[in-house]
Design a protein around this ligand. Structure first.
Ligand code: F6R
Length: 369
């Protein structure tokens, strides 16, 4: 059942190229237009949407955070990302012009189900991005875009996360096309870039996973880790920290790199392992900012583990360890940079002799509020 892998999580990490490819499959019709699976929302309604609210929990919410950067860029519609349980119990500003996007692997997360109901009661249309056919969220939503990640067995989400980002990007491009804005012409171009991602993810797995696993085993005695990122690297940092907490039971925190000097830098002390997700050098301003963040923490004794694009030599003087990912446009980077973080967390947990597939206190699908 584990396909030759030691754990389901390992298997699912290695299924990520397929999960992304399958989620992209068959989305374009004969007129070159994107198609969602079950679309019960009128195009006129989607054209009039003036705000998108993503509701989700945990890893699925981080996929929403990544998507915000892409959807706002392509569609020029404000996107809020909110934890489903927070959305549910405040008084959110929701109208018929709000599109609520619910993201869930299981489609059975009670917090997210309640958020969907709450949004619909207030007249919002709900579009679900779910992995499980016929699940509650898929049935209650006005439209569904399935992630075709296949069943995810390990409690910690991996391939569903990559498929969720992919599906959110399809949604963003779909809306851009429908609303006929300036990105509409580039939809084909972006779809090609997305189509190139499975091979790039495969390369990260083939070329980087072995050394990342070694690193995980070597750092198994550490009791605290930080993760830093900017722009789409920020939610990746949050996800990297979550994976480590839930699998290895160690303290791990993700920060927006720009927040460092507003507080978290006080945590940095001699030998503290810090992961830094570095944007492509083809975005020089963003890139330069992260390089100076690495310098700042290095100067205070941090042990820096840097995830950077192939050929980015600017990181070399400040990195204790470098993990390379293929060059790719900024918005696509999360599909690559999160992979070593998943591998690292699983390896570290395994080195500690923990049950990677069934971490303590957690359930695969949280069906109570
Ligand atoms: C983390 C993890 C959880 C889920 C969250 C939402 O690895 O698996 O944070 O992402 O419980 O679950 P779904 O996507 O089923 O709604």
């Amino acid at each position: 059942v584990k396909g030759g892998y030691e754990t389901f999580m390992d298997k699912e990490i290695h299924e990520q190229p397929t999960a992304v490819a399958d989620t992209l499959l068959g989305r374009v019709d004969e007129h070159g237009e994107l198609q969602l699976d079950e679309m019960r929302i009128e195009p006129a309604v989607l054209r009039s949407v003036d705000k998108i609210i993503v509701v989700a929990c945990g890893t699925a919410a981080y996929a929403g955070h990544v998507a915000k950067y892409a959807i706002e860029h392509w569609c020029r519609v404000p996107v809020e990302v909110e934890l489903a349980h927070e959305f549910r119990y405040r008084d959110p500003v929701v109208s018929e012009k709000t599109l609520t996007v619910a993201i869930s692997q299981s489609g059975e997360t009670m917090d997210t189900i309640q958020a969907v109901r709450h949004a619909r009661e207030q007249g919002s249309k709900v579009l679900a991005i779910v992995n499980t056919y016929g699940s509650t969220i898929a049935r209650e939503a006005d439209a569904v875009l399935y992630t075709h990640a296949g069943p995810e067995v390990a409690v910690a989400s991996t391939k569903a996360f990559l498929a969720q980002i992919t599906a959110c990007y399809l949604l963003g491009l779909y809306l851009a096309q429908l609303r006929g804005n300036k990105w509409a012409d580039e939809v084909t171009d972006y779809l090609e870039r997305l189509a190139a991602m499975p091979a790039a993810i495969q390369r990260v797995l083939d070329e980087q996973a072995p050394q990342v696993r070694d690193l995980g085993a070597r750092l198994a005695q550490e009791s605290s880790f930080l993760f830093l990122g900017r722009h789409v690297g920020f939610p990746v940092a949050l996800e990297g920290a979550l994976k480590l907490k839930e699998l290895a039971y160690v303290h791990a925190e993700g920060f927006a790199a720009g927040e460092l000097k507003h507080g978290p830098i006080a945590l940095v002390e001699e030998g503290l392992p810090v992961f830094v997700i570095v944007p492509t050098p083809r975005r020089p301003v963003l890139h330069g900012k992260v390089i100076s963040n690495i310098q700042e923490i290095r100067a205070r004794g941090a042990r820096t583990i840097v995830i950077a694009e192939e050929g980015d030599s600017a990181v070399e003087p400040f990195a204790d360890h470098i993990i390379r990912v293929p060059a790719t446009p900024t918005l696509m980077m999360p599909l690559l940079t999160v992979v070593p973080l998943q591998v690292f967390a699983a390896a570290l947990a395994q080195a500690k002799g923990l049950d990677v597939d069934q971490p303590r206190n957690l359930a695969k699908s949280v069906t109570v509020e």
